[in-house]
Design a protein around this ligand. Structure first.
Ligand code: ATP
Ligand code: MG
Length: 718
């Protein structure tokens, strides 16, 4: 593609943004207006028109998948590979920098990443060792506290605690946690960025090197950056670099994780010379979907404010389905996917979005029953499954003996006669001598300070890890993985479990071998040993890679993970008070506003058809509930939606009697012939409600059955 072609297929403001002279820029626009598209074209423009080398560009995206797509798209446009460009998530990029500078940041060369689960386990142990009451100081709470501090760029020593006993204890836990991580040579997600930021502050020579190299920095989904991420970007941009940020304040959905919407305005203050471009045309959704989403988000105050329009047709109205219960909701959804497929669509064009992972189970069951392939993003991710984490822990210990979290996980898994008393002793000595568990265990075995049985068992474990550690790199990664699975006893251990679950675990172990066999280091990781690259990949991309064949699958994911994506057909399930918005959110205006933005994100993923679904009764978290429809449903203007009722036995439906009573009140009755301007002739099937809420269900000859609000329907009786 030559330079001028890069600007084809862009509207005027998009072109202006892509071809703007070098400088800072801020693209502020609603969903589906082409922000990501502009960012991709801008990168190609920088290379082709401004003559930048791809090595001068650093782009931050929200997921690794988005990063890979972006690279692919640019390479396609340019017609050649762009190896030198750095594109990835904040975590991924920071990880890469720390790998390159492990010595400067005091980490072992093959330092490992603690995921959220590892982090929680470690905290649990620490809280116990500090003699704190676990009921009063739950590990999860400490985890939130520590992560929030790190997102703000604060170390334990920097926190202002004053006399507040709560913060004091939290600080104490944070401090113990910092020491434990330091000793083990591991970092958590928040640490990746924080440590990188500190490195740059401390080593201005290193910072200067990267500032010089990355003269152009581009950031997608900027509205969800947190304090440390923004500080990191500013530092990297320095005086010379150019920041190109794109975002939408209405789509900020990570406030609960420290994201700061205000960064959008802050950017404007920090870079007053930056050019702001607004995009207003939506290219993704039909008129009805867009109008419905616009109407919902209009209920939030304190917006930067914008209106989106589309040149597309109105399309189908938004379908609001009232289910009888969650199984009915799932079944209807399956039927609608089937209908889409029968009409020539693909399953993978359909996405089911939910507020909470727990909602997916019932939907998965319905899909399974219908033998309809599906794929769940997130949820219990492949690399987070217990059996997979066991193998990974062996591999981590093989890569880095200091990794205490890995040591803890597998020292007695599968059981090899190392008792709780031995472990307690081991931990205590490790703490007192400020040594790793591995070192302490080695010393204890050498000094004969253990009972013979315990000593044998422990020494057996140490020898096992040593014997599994490759002496050179002649062994392929999948061979090593296979060896670990066999020799560690994990395979025998899981083989004993003959249940379906146990068999599933064995299959997962096989799948892990496949994953290691197929694993290819990204060109960005050339300088890393393969094992380290794989382990980092498992930690950083846990949610995005899944084992199993790639087929034409229905896509299941949370609303949060749907950000930035688009699908022809979208089902938003569980639109109920107490679930979406959740009860706590409903009570707090800030949180409610964030839930509404999440609703806006969900609705704007749909291109052609959007289903909003709720049920009259739902069994969730072990409780039966009778939720009211979500307030967000009431915010969708009736003229843009079409309500559908469950076809479950009528006796189950609430409000039946009131419906019968209103028949004469509305002046309509079942069996009556009517005419609608758009849908033509039809017969009334049912009526309900009164006054402005009165509705009728009409079976139209051509358009089929529809619920219409009488006040808007303009029906003529025949
Ligand atoms: P989100 O806020 O959801 O991330 P976005 O603003 O990043 O959305 P894109 O994903 O870049 O929007 O674009 C939405 C859709 O519109 C894509 O399918 C994209 O290819 C298409 N699109 C954007 N601009 C144009 C254009 N000028 N002509 C044709 N299609 C376009
Ligand atoms: Mg986008």
């Amino acid at each position: 593609m030559d330079v001028s072609e890069l600007l084809n297929d862009l509207n005027k403001p998009q072109r202006d943004a892509v071809a703007a002279p070098l400088g800072h820029a801020r693209i502020l626009a609603g969903a589906g207006s082409g922000k990501t598209r502009v960012l991709v074209h801008r990168i190609a423009w920088l290379i082709q028109a401004e003559g930048l080398s791809s090595a001068n560009i650093l782009a931050v995206t929200f997921t690794n998948k988005a990063a890979a797509e972006m690279r692919g798209r640019i390479e396609e446009m340019l017609g050649y590979p762009i190896g030198g460009m750095w594109v990835g998530t904040f975590h991924g990029l920071a990880h890469r920098l720390l790998r390159l500078h492990w010595q400067d940041v005091n980490l072992p060369q093959s330092f490992q990443i603690l995921d959220s689960d590892d982090q929680q386990r470690l905290l649990k142990r620490l809280i116990r060792s500090l003699n704190l009451d676990e009921a009063q100081w739950p590990a999860k709470q400490a985890q939130w506290f520590i992560n929030a501090q790190k997102d703000e760029g604060l170390r334990a020593a920097n926190i202002q605690v004053g006399n507040d006993p709560y913060s004091k204890t939290m600080q104490q836990i944070y401090q113990a946690y910092e020491q434990a991580c330091e000793r083990a040579g591991v970092v958590d997600f928040g640490e990746l960025l924080l440590r990188c930021h500190e490195l740059w502050l401390k080593r201005t020579d290193i910072l200067a090197h990267y500032q010089q190299r990355f003269s152009s920095i581009l950031v997608d989904e900027f509205q969800d950056t947190n304090t440390i991420q923004y500080a990191w970007l500013r530092l990297l941009a320095g005086e010379q670099g150019h920041l190109f940020i794109v975002g939408d304040d209405d789509q900020s959905i990570y406030g609960w994780r420290g994201a700061k919407i205000e960064n959008i305005q802050k950017f404007h203050q920090d870079y007053p010379q930056a050019n702001t471009v607004r995009l207003e045309q939506n290219y993704r959704s039909t008129g009805n979907i867009l109008a419905a989403a616009n109407a919902v988000i209009a209920n939030n105050s304190e917006r930067l404010g914008k209106q989106l329009w589309t040149a597309d047709d109105d399309g189908d109205p938004v379908q609001i389905y009232q289910a009888f219960n969650e199984r009915d909701e799932a079944q209807y959804l399956v039927q609608m996917v089937q209908q889409w497929v029968n009409q020539g669509g693909e399953r993978s064009q359909c996405a089911v979005l939910y507020r909470s992972n727990a909602q997916s189970r019932v939907i998965e069951e319905a899909l399974m029953q219908a033998a309809m392939p599906y794929r769940v993003y997130g949820g219990l991710r492949f690399f987070e499954r217990a059996e997979i984490k066991d193998v990974l822990a062996y591999l981590r210990l093989i890569a880095n003996r200091r990794d205490d979290a890995a040591f803890e996980r597998v020292v007695n898994t599968p059981t090899r006669g190392i008792g709780a008393a031995t472990l307690t002793q081991l931990r205590q000595i490790a703490r007192e001598t400020d040594q790793t568990l591995w070192q302490t265990a080695t010393d204890m075995v050498e000094q004969n300070s253990l009972a013979a049985r315990a000593a044998n068992a422990l020494s057996g474990f140490l020898t096992l890890i040593d014997s599994l550690t490759p002496i050179d790199d002649s062994m392929a990664l999948h061979e090593l993985t296979q060896l670990v699975i066999d020799e560690s006893g994990l395979k025998a251990f899981y083989s004993k479990d003959k249940s379906e679950k146990g068999q599933g675990r064995l299959e997962n172990l096989d799948e892990l071998i496949n994953a290691t066999r197929e694993f290819m280091r990204a060109d960005t990781e050339e300088d890393m040993p393969l094992l380290d690259a794989f382990l980092a990949h498992a930690a950083l991309e846990a949610g995005e890679m899944q084992a199993g064949a790639w087929q034409d699958c229905v896509q299941l994911m949370t609303l949060h993970s749907a950000k930035g994506l688009e699908f022809p057909v979208v089902f938003m399930v569980g639109m109920e008070e107490g679930l979406f918005p959740g009860q706590k959110s409903a009570e707090d205006p800030m949180r409610l506003a964030e839930e509404r933005r999440l609703c806006y994100v969900g609705m704007t993923r749909a291109r052609k058809t959007l289903y909003l679904m709720h049920t009259e009764s739902r069994y969730l978290y072990g409780q039966e509930m009778h939720p009211r429809p979500s307030r967000f449903l009431a915010e969708v203007p009736v003229e843009h939606c079409h309500e559908i009722r469950s076809r479950q036995p009528a006796g189950h439906l609430s409000g039946l009697t009131s419906r019968q009573q209103t028949v004469s009140e509305n002046g309509y009755h079942p069996g009556q012939q009517v005419m609608h301007q758009k849908f033509g002739p039809g017969v009334i099937l049912d009526t309900e409600g009164s006054g402005t809420h009165a509705r009728v269900q009409v079976n139209f000859k051509q358009a089929g059955s529809k619920w219409l609000v009488l006040a808007y329907a303009n029906l003529e009786t025949l």
